[in-house]
Design a protein around this ligand. Sequence first.
Ligand code: ZN
Length: 380
Amino acid sequence: MRRVLEHVSTWMRSAGLDVRLDPASNVIGRRSSSQAGAPALVIGSHLDTVPNAGKYDGVLGVLLGVAAVQALGCRRLPFAVEVVGFSEEEGVRYRSPYIGSSALSGRFDKALLDRRDERGIAMADAFRAFGLDPDNVAQATYRPGSILAYFEAHIEQGPVLDACDLPLGIVEAIAGQSRLRVAFEGHAGHAGTSPMTLRRDALPAAAELILEVEQQARCVPELRATVGSIAVEPGATNVIPGVATLSLDIRHAEDEVRSKALAGLLDRAGEIAVRRQLTFRVVEAEHHNAVPADSQLTGMLASAVADAGLEARRMVSGAGHDGAIVAAIAPMAMLFLRSPGGASHHPDEAVHLGDVRTALDVILRFIDKLATSRLPAGER
Ligand SMILES: [Zn+2]
């Protein structure tokens, strides 16, 4: 990560940006405004990634920001422009996403500093080892009104734009998400001696629920519901499963639709448990509401796309992004670039060079529109 930060800093400097590393390890390049004290257009995305990842998730959005500033040359704008490379959006090491963007938005949870990675190293010590003071993370927070607009370009990470043969999409909202761990509990027993009618097998109940999740999600437009992992106890070939624990991930752009779907599935799980003489319980649940993009900024972005001669396709992001966090303190807009084959979080992740050129063109048009919109921070 240190080498990435050095590399990106070099590119930022050569684009004329003043570079600093903030207390949460976000790298920030700033181009000041012709008007002193003017708020900033922040163009950002993340620099970290997942194991065995592709090249474009996150990084592309940072480099498009650098390229946009480079293309601006010495043009004077009524706002500053900052390009931010966020740290730990995927948050693999500490199983906690959005660390950099949470710090910048004043939402960093200090309790995370005690969390340990797989080798037992506390996050606070990881900060120190990197040369940062964990007690200073709060200083990364932007003061209210200092961000005029937040913009993020990101690969779609899904197949929709590719299937429609469109290079770009405009994000209307980042989907809300519920993540649960649920468990069916029955009774473990001998696979040879227990008659089928006298068993309390937890696994077939889990299997029923998994099919129910798939079926229900197919009936609700734009709902995504996934069982991504399952654990069976005791987990031996000759033992009837006593406990089956499964994950459940449900996403939708409308929180009500998501909550209703989730409630329906939990009811169904309860029914399955009763019929099979098992118990059912929710072990863990985490809910994040949907985050709408700012309608004025999104309108400007849509007209920038249309001015570039393209169809302005609006879409919902099923994946989370730094933009969802920064939206708490600033109006936010996001642009998606087509992901050929929908590949992401995989070495096959790709972009078409022409799409990247088109995205840069659209970003510059968007900056033009923002420069003439006369909408200072605080007015929205
Ligand atoms: Zn990403």
